[in-house]
Ligand binder design. Structure first.
Ligand code: ATP
Length: 293
């Protein structure tokens, strides 16, 4: 085998709570993650040179060691020496810097792809331990599906799959710095926290209505105050009959959950023509089978 093509799937956060700031500067979180059927396609080719080269269809993405796909290849090489060159091409479809973990998904897909291409036989657990060195979301991007994520994001527990639904992603044309959002999050006795345990029960009962009524992201308390457009998109999503609308991760993407295809398509058409977001994607939850993990 000389080359392999892998898919890197985006995620949303059905619930996002921040419990505390840790002495090392990181935050302890409790998040319910869900993979969605929106993916980058990554082609990895062996070459006869010794170097790793990365290319993408987006001119503004770094293609050197700052690219998480590049980092993943270097890290894999440390554990399982590659002994050839690599040419990695990423066709990006996941909006960048959007709260959808696009970079982490690419890193996870490269680790999986190299594991197959070089028949290294690393287990999912071993790949996840490697992945966390690249970023806190990478282990989840390897696991995929519906999962509870705790610690800094590296303690993962697979959950009952979320109920079937339509998911509309709208990314406004603003940039939100993850660092800024976490630094400005106020955690004290008056802070309102999402009820993650109740969400876990709703997932167990496969109850989309109860689940969506509980979905919250604590980071919205920072971003909505600063970027009115996030609140506007949420409101419009609800007007278009979403069961709920929430910011994903540290934003700025907002997603709406719909129980009906017509309502979801109607909302999709509205946002496509509204100017709220250049990037509007109608998708569904995605669940990997064990063979493509
Ligand atoms: P998260 O949800 O994990 O916070 P995000 O969706 O907000 O991530 P990414 O799309 O991963 O953000 O991109 C964040 C930054 O990482 C970008 O500004 C980009 O320059 C850099 N980056 C490095 N490698 C990649 C990659 N393969 N794809 C996208 N961005 C990358």
């Amino acid at each position: 085998m000389n080359s392999i093509t892998v898919k890197a799937y985006a995620k949303i956060n059905l619930g996002l709570d921040v419990l505390r700031k840790r002495p090392d500067g990181y935050h302890d979180v409790s998040m319910i993650m869900q993979t969605v059927n929106l993916y980058d396609t990554i082609n990895i080719k062996k070459t006869k040179f010794q170097s790793i080269t990365v290319g993408t269809n987006l001119y503004y993405l770094p293609t050197d060691r700052r690219n998480l796909a590049y980092k993943a290849a270097l890290l894999f090489d440390e554990i399982h020496p590659i002994r050839s060159g690599l040419n990695i091409f990423i066709n990006k479809r996941i909006p960048v810097a959007a709260g959808l973990a696009g970079g982490s998904a690419d890193a996870a897909a490269v680790l999986k792809g190299l594991n197959r291409l070089f028949q290294a036989d690393l287990s999912l657990d071993e790949l996840m331990k490697l992945g966390v060195k690249i970023g806190a979301d990478v282990p989840y991007c390897l696991l995929m599906g519906t999962a509870l994520s705790e610690g800094i994001g590296e303690i993962l527990k697979p959950l009952d799959p979320m109920p079937d639904c339509y998911i509309l992603l709208v990314k406004p044309e603003i940039s939100v710095s993850t660092k800024h959002v976490y630094e400005n999050l106020k955690l004290d006795n008056n802070t309102r926290h999402p009820d993650i345990p109740a969400m876990l029960n709703a997932l167990k009962e496969n109850d989309i209505y109860r689940l969506t009524s509980l979905m919250e992201n604590i980071l919205e308390s920072v971003t909505i105050k600063e970027y009115a457009v996030i609140g506007d998109i949420k409101e419009n999503m609800m007007d278009k009959k979403a069961l709920t609308a929430l910011m994903s991760g540290s934003g700025p993407t907002v997603f709406g959950i719909f129980d009906d295809q017509n309502k979801a398509e109607n909302a999709y058409r509205y946002f496509k023509s509204s100017g709220y977001g250049k990037q509007v994607v109608l998708t569904k939850p995605y669940f990997p089978n064990s063979a493509n993990r």
